[in-house]
Design a protein around this ligand. Structure first.
Ligand code: MG
Length: 381
């Protein structure tokens, strides 16, 4: 079998480094062709020296000289995020792993799909912002889009061998984050340090805050809506604090299928790369011989208003999800800078939706424009 040739966008982040761990376990199956990082030139240089890709890109200009100095291979080095689309269109690349954070991942996903590449998608914001456009391109380009998100990987694994018409409901599980049991009163006092400590998953800062507000679940509901082309009424979030069941599909005959495992992103990563096949993976296994409990709790939309905001923008459609996403990205940034409080995050998002949230036809220019306008507004208020 030929090796699967990878372009990994965001290779120095939490997902990117775990993708490379999977590659290390199977050097005969995968080959790294392209890597990109935002500003972590030291780690990028190490990765280039280890994997010898054809090309590597650093987005931040002031890191370029340092990167050049540290790379000992003949890899072509590029600088500036305007080169991201060229990375995903390299001829010999089979699979683009998109583990960029936020809106910046959208255009590279769209370009990869247009170029007929398989996309292993960890950047859920791509689908939140431009799900409709990406879906349209998928239908004509011969590309495929496989989720790296653990919940969506669970849905995909549960749906193997099934027909779309068999789906009655998808139950998307959520850990509930660190503030699952907090009262509204307690939530007013939440600090950045508390919000950055997730009980089950070790992830980047943006997604960890999104998990604490549960906006992450909201974004994932929108992601599922596009990945499986389902109306929002068929997607139901539920809190499952142990993060063992990664999601459940209920079928029209009343039967349900779920995918289970210890919380480890390498599992959805390797599945996205090998789907519909599987490869061995060195990772912790569930120990079914010890007593343990799996619990389920309904989502409290009053304490976690972000979930409801996200479900509402699906109904609004068009550009509304892009407004939600941009507002949330700025809100999270401002919370991390301690400019706004934890409970200020949904408030800021709601204000932006009130101003820009009417769904209009999501052409690419419109999406870029509305993203910019929302960011400007969310930064000012
Ligand atoms: Mg997830």
């Amino acid at each position: 079998m030929n090796k699967q040739k990878l372009a990994i966008l965001g290779s120095t982040g939490s997902i990117g480094t775990q993708v490379l761990e999977v590659v290390r376990q199977h050097p005969d199956k995968f080959e790294v062709i392209a890597l990109s990082a935002n500003g972590n030139w030291e780690l990028l240089a190490k990765q280039v020296n280890e994997f010898t890709p054809t090309v590597a890109l650093i987005c931040e200009e002031n890191c370029f000289e340092d990167l050049k100095g540290a790379v000992t291979r003949t890899t072509e080095l590029l600088v500036g995020n305007e080169h991201l689309p060229s990375l995903v269109s390299i001829n010999e690349v089979d699979t683009v792993v998109n583990s960029l954070v936020g809106f910046s991942g959208f255009i590279p996903t769209l370009e990869a799909v247009k170029n007929g590449k398989k996309v292993a998608l960890a950047n859920k914001e791509s689908l939140v912002v431009g799900g409709e456009l990406i879906l349209k391109e998928l239908k004509t380009s011969g590309s495929s889009l496989i989720p790296i998100d653990s919940e969506h990987s669970a849905m995909l694994q549960s749906l193997v061998g099934e027909k779309a018409s068999f789906i009655e409901k998808i139950i998307i599980t959520a850990s509930g984050g660190p503030f699952r049991e907090y009262s509204l009163e307690q939530m007013k006092e939440v600090t950045v340090e508390q919000a950055l400590k997730h009980p089950n998953w070790d992830m980047g800062a943006k997604i960890t805050i999104d998990s604490a507000t549960m906006m992450n679940k909201g974004l994932e509901i929108i992601e599922a809506r596009w990945l499986f082309d389902l109306p929002v009424e068929k997607i139901e979030p539920v809190i499952h604090p142990q993060s063992i069941i990664h999601s459940i599909v209920t079928f029209i005959d009343g039967s349900s299928k779920a995918q289970l495992g210890p919380p480890d992103m390498k599992v959805p990563i390797i599945y996205a790369l090998t789907y519909p096949e599987r490869l061995p993976l060195e990772t912790p296994r569930m120990d079914w011989s010890t007593a343990q409990e799996l619990t389920f709790i309904p989502v409290d939309y009053e304490r976690f208003p972000c979930v409801k905001l996200a479900m509402d923008v699906i109904d609004e459609g068009g550009t509304a999800p892009a407004v939600l996403n941009a507002a949330n990205e700025i809100a999270v940034e401002r919370f991390l800078k301690k400019e706004i409080s934890y409970i200020g995050i949904p408030k800021l998002v709601e204000k932006c939706l009130d101003k820009f949230g009417t769904g209009i036809d999501p052409k690419i220019e419109t999406l870029l424009e509305i993203d910019k306008e929302t960011r400007n507004y969310a930064t000012r208020i």
